[in-house]
Write a protein that binds this ligand. Structure first.
Ligand code: TMP
Length: 208
């Protein structure tokens, strides 16, 4: 049987990387065979593309940016995700195609249609079975980032991050069967509990 495919999404600083790690530990304790990956990155080639994308010294135009994210994703899908799923392994990704819809399609203004076409090629039409969206306000994101060095995307202004959040909320509304919205404003362990509940309900085949 094909493995389950779970993605995590959210604006920068929402805590999703911590939540992915906590869920990984929880599911491993429960005996699940799983592979955890991140985007951009997750492969040798993808990690190199990540460096280019996040380097603040690089001037990257929106279309170039969309294609770079898609190239990292194409490599990840072919090299890691599809082989793992076909072996029956569960795959958890820290960001997937929705990040491109929201950051490049919506916040950068390229439009969803263009991003969809490119990503259909990159992912071979693969979508997560469930997407855990961790919701925080852009104000909270800025507060959490204070004093930390920002990468090229994190360094974007308040309006950009506000748009990113709006984009996510729109996706959650448009695809309720795939998305689970988790309130990321609460403390880490409370968020973790909600994530575990949502994922376990999904895994049990219950409607989440
Ligand atoms: P990360 O900080 O969650 O690892 O993600 C790196 C940055 O890349 C983050 O600011 C979101 C951004 N990003 C996009 O703009 N488009 C994408 O398709 C992906 C995967 C990430």
């Amino acid at each position: 049987m094909r493995g389950k495919f779970i993605s995590f999404e959210g604006i920068d600083g929402c805590g999703k990387t911590t939540q992915v790690k906590l869920l990984e530990e929880h599911l491993k304790k429960e005996g699940y065979d799983l592979l955890v990956l991140r985007e951009p990155g997750g492969t040798r080639v993808g990690e190199k593309v990540r460096e280019i994308l996040l380097d603040r010294e690089n001037l990257i135009f929106p279309v170039t940016e969309m294609l770079l994210y898609a190239s990292s994703r194409a490599q990840l899908v072919e090299e890691k995700i599809l082989p793992a799923l076909s072996k029956g392994q569960m795959v958890i990704v820290d960001r997937f195609v929705d990040s491109s819809y929201v950051y490049q399609g919506y916040a950068r203004g390229l439009g969803l249609e263009k991003v969809k076409i490119v990503n259909e090629i990159a992912t071979k039409g693969l979508f997560p079975d469930i997407t855990v969206y961790i919701d925080i306000t852009p104000e909270e994101a800025i507060k959490r980032r204070q004093g930390k060095k920002a990468d090229r995307l994190e360094g974007e202004d308040y309006e950009f991050h506000k748009k990113v959040r709006e984009g996510y909320l729109r996706l959650v509304k448009d695809f309720p069967e795939r998305f689970v919205l988790i309130d990321g404003m609460q403390e880490v362990l409370a968020v973790h509990k909600m994530v575990v509940k949502a994922v376990e309900e999904y895994l049990k085949g219950a409607k989440v």
